[in-house]
Design a protein around this ligand. Structure first.
Ligand code: ZN
Length: 227
């Protein structure tokens, strides 16, 4: 448990997907908060023919690496597509927060997800209707678009919030030019960083959006420094 009072968000790559010849990571995110450790999405822990056919994934599951599964106090699913809930079974007995609409759709819509992963034994879903403060300064916000029941996690860190957005945006361009209600809602939060499930680095607003002096684009600067 984190005791210094700082709230941190850490990405963990749990799989690589092959999509149209390009490698796309599957990231989950850990929020360390003085009151508990939250895991946002759970990736996948095993291959399933439907997933292999779609993505030919390579897995680095949470339970097969240096990750303290037992140290997670609660889980959030941004949504219940298979690449986001395939590790839920590791967290039986701990609360798993998901929007009620998402849980209903996963149970009733055809070809939505792998239902046996959603309904692994002894999972304790907490269906959420709308916004919910999970811990002080950590809240769930509905963000319909990618799915009707998608939600994002907003983490207050002292400055502008950090948002963990799941697939509300799958690539940066979807935040640069938002189209869905969920994407617009994320931007309306005025985030300093937005973590996406399928990109290694967080999206950040360009400096030009923050103030008007200086031509430097924050994201270009970051991309150069990390290449
Ligand atoms: Zn996804």
């Amino acid at each position: 448990m984190n005791t210094d009072g700082a709230v941190t968000v850490t990405p963990i790559v749990v799989a690589d997907l092959l999509v149209e010849g390009e490698v796309m990571p599957v990231c989950v995110h850990v929020i360390d908060h003085p009151d508990g450790r939250v895991l946002v999405d759970t990736g996948m822990t095993e291959l399933h023919p439907a997933v292999v056919a779609a993505f030919n994934p390579r897995l680095y599951p949470l339970n097969e690496r240096d990750f303290d599964v037992a140290g997670v106090d609660m889980v959030v699913n941004t949504h219940l597509h298979a690449d986001h809930c395939g590790g839920n079974h590791l967290f039986a007995g701990r609360p798993i927060y998901v929007q009620r609409r998402e849980l209903d759709d996963a149970h009733h819509e055809d070809d939505y997800t792998l239902r046996e992963w959603v309904d692994a034994p002894d999972l304790q879903y907490v269906p959420v209707d709308g916004e919910l403060e999970l811990l002080p300064g950590v809240r769930l916000v509905p963000a319909p678009g990618h799915t009707r029941g998608s939600q994002v996690v907003v983490v207050e860190t002292g400055g502008r919030p950090v948002v963990i957005c799941g697939d509300t945006a799958v690539w940066f361009g979807e935040l640069d030019e938002p189209r869905t209600e969920g994407q617009r809602r994320v931007l309306a939060l005025d985030p300093g960083e937005v973590w996406l499930s399928h990109v290694y680095e967080p999206w950040r607003p360009s400096v030009a959006h923050i103030d008007d002096h200086g031509p430097t684009d924050a994201r270009e600067g970051r991309d150069r420094s990390t290449n």
